[in-house]
Design a protein around this ligand. Sequence first.
Ligand code: PMP
Length: 434
Amino acid sequence: MTAPTPRRDTRLDRFVDNYAERTQGMKVSAVRALFAVANRPEIVSLAGGMPNIKDLPLGDIADHMAEMIRANGMQVMQYGSGQGEPRIREQITGVMALEGITALADDVMISAGSQQGLDLVTRVFCDPQDVVLAESPSYVGAIGTFASYQVEVVHVPSDVSGLDPTALRETVAHVRAAGKRIKFLYTIPNYSNPSGLTQPWQRRLDVLQVCAELDILVVEDNPYGLLALDAEPVPAMRSVDTDVIYLGSFSKTFAPGFRVGWVLAPHAVREKLVLAQESATLCPPVFSQFAISNYLETSNWQEQIVSFRSMYRERRDAMLSALHDHMPAGTSWTRPIGGFFVWVTLPEGIDSQAMLPRGVDHRVAFVPGTAFYADGQGNRNVRLSYCFPTAERIVTGVERFADVVRSEIDMLDIFGVKSPSPHAHTPGPGADVT
Ligand code: PMP
């Protein structure tokens, strides 16, 4: 019997009318089309945030995985615990100890990447119209998650040390005076995506102090912590405050394809999170958890992180010195001490989103700053990432980027434009920007 040909004439509005209201927050990025172009070989992409995993010992990992299936296939390919497997949860307590955290394996829940951890935390805490506070700028994927739960993101201003505690206090007062309910502060204290900024230790204590006084829950997102490039990482906020909900991940320190992250939360919250996890996935991916457990047990994974650090350090240095050598006056940028990203502020009057197609003309791709705000800010900013291209390509990319900015300045001069152009359209966050 031949299968019937699928129908292609379905009316689009048949579905659209039935979509839940929350889907209105799920927007396609206006820059997605340009990312397709960015993948062309002649274009240097300083846009994507993909970890550079080319130095992983793939042969060894393959051998261990084959052995794992042969010896233990019945378990690793079976359903598992909704909270995650006990062995990896125990190992994760050891990983977190490297950033000063003392925790019980029982307070850890495994998630499909820290992205799913954040999704579940939001699901457990937030109703539509609730407010989440986030630093300025903040992670595009988090903004997308909050939007999908119809949560309002209110950005808290940052300075060179990241989230500003005085501004945090004022923002809380302002939001509460407007009768709105704040559910938590979402913060990325280490080499933030996208700003590259790090909160020094005293700043972390100050932020925690304000949150304790004002009764604000803190969600600390720390996927890059161990990728410190100059010194050892600053201890996590969770290391001094057990009420902090902490998100961790193996995506940057091992490989994102396994999709294994975790949430460390106070016991009662952890129990709720497991219920949410069970309704979302029954259990997080068992195969991946075992694969990572074996990797942690059989490889020198800390040495691997040391080698990731030196590879990213070389690329970070290449980007910073190329920016120093080539960027026109009036441009400034952050100097990350870890992670993947540099945040550039362009001369007044330049619109980073309008500049994007001209970047492609010059064979360089970057992410306009508007992607990292829920409220249309970021027009004068650009996120550049140094994680993926080689140092040589990074230098070429920055040279081209500087040319684009220079030609924008020339245009402003020709047309005598003095003030920033209004941003008529703000793209929603896109899945292709990580
Ligand atoms: N948080 C931040 C700040 C990130 O940059 C990313 C990935 N780019 C994530 C969370 C999600 O990572 P994963 O789900 O792979 O753990």
